[in-house]
Design a protein around this ligand. Structure first.
Ligand SMILES: Nc1ncnc2c1ncn2[C@@H]1O[C@H](COP(=O)(O)OP(=O)(O)OP(=O)(O)O)[C@@H](O)[C@H]1O
Ligand SMILES: CC(C)(CO)[C@@H](O)C(=O)[O-]
Ligand code: BAL
Length: 279
């Protein structure tokens, strides 16, 4: 496994691979790796010759400085996970490498940018698309893998790719969960035993909606899901929505295709998100 810190080193390693017409996959991460990340790497290995995993805690996508400061960075653990997963190349640049100068970035990501996560983390998707574009420029992957856990992020990245007309295929991978249903997330590390128990209400509320989607109305489903979450101590709901999977606007017609339930809540001091596809 090659571990590289500069774009120059990356380009000289990947240049001959490209010339040989081998397929390159990118799995972008912020580190603190778990089985969700490993599943992305495994999917990438099935579809490409070389898998590059990036680890970069991107400052421009954090809207809360405390969230950035306490973001976990367990380097040795991450290297062991990546080696074990059979990752070919790890790209771990410094902030200076990715942002050598002050830089303005603003692109049109469409109206869904400002909904849900975009409403609670203003400017978040500008920062996400800025760094993903930089990673795409550095690596020129044929295909890039992202988790459905960050559903809105996948939509925004697809919009960024369309905006620049980039020749990169974007693949969304299923959410990997703990045995009890909690979606795996690097931020779960911040949950104490009580938070960890309370956090289960998010996947439970989504499961309730998914299991009752056929026989209950959307208002009934929303009322019950929100009630489950709001009556859980230590959990503060940001949103629970049943939305159109493309526009992310509230869904009113259960007969439509591509409907998704999405939730975000603060559990103790930790903000978590999750979702389930309903149709
Ligand atoms: N449980 C999961 N299942 C599948 N993919 C996941 C899961 N968790 C994260 N990913 C994906 O891994 C990639 C890197 O995510 P990231 O490093 O931010 O980890 P994370 O667990 O989402 O952390 P965070 O706590 O920041 O949300 C993203 O594409 C993300 O959607
Ligand atoms: C895609 C990403 C690596 C960009 O920093 C990040 O938003 C994440 O880990 O989901
Ligand atoms: N996994 C999404 C990245 C973030 O929360 O900033």
């Amino acid at each position: 496994m090659e571990v590289l810190n500069t774009i120059a080193a990356l380009k000289s390693l990947l240049g001959p691979i490209k010339l040989a017409k081998q397929k390159i996959a990118l799995v972008p991460t912020m580190g603190a790796l778990h089985k969700g990340h490993v599943s992305l790497i495994k999917m990438a290995q099935q579809q490409a010759d070389i898998v590059v995993c990036s680890i970069f805690v991107n400052p421009t996508q954090f809207t809360d400085p405390k969230d950035l400061e306490k973001y976990p960075r367990p380097l040795e653990h991450d290297m062991a996970m990546l080696k074990d997963a059979g990752c070919d190349v790890v790209f771990m640049p410094s902030v200076k490498e990715m942002y050598p100068a002050e830089e303005k970035w603003h692109i049109d990501l469409g109206p869904a940018e400002f909904l849900l996560e975009g409403e609670f983390r203003k400017g978040h998707y500008q920062g996400v698309t800025q760094i993903v574009k930089k990673l795409f420029d550095a690596i020129s992957p044929d295909v890039a893998f992202f988790g459905q856990k960050d559903y809105q992020q996948v939509l925004m990245i697809q919009n960024m790719v369309a905006y620049f007309n980039l020749p990169v295929q974007i693949i969304s991978c299923p959410i990997i969960r703990e045995d009890d249903g909690l979606a795996m997330s690097s931020r779960n590390i911040h949950l104490d035993a009580t938070d960890r128990k309370n956090a289960l209400v998010l996947s439970r509320a989504l499961t309730y909606v998914s299991e009752n989607f056929k026989n209950k109305s959307i208002p009934e489903l929303l009322e019950k899901a929100k009630q489950l979450i709001e009556e859980t101590p230590g959990v503060e709901l940001d949103y629970f929505t049943i939305a159109d999977g493309q526009t992310l606007l509230p869904e009113t017609d259960k007969n439509d295709q591509n409907i998704i339930a999405l939730v975000a809540a603060k559990v103790g001091q930790t903000r978590l998100i999750d979702n389930m596809i309903l149709s």
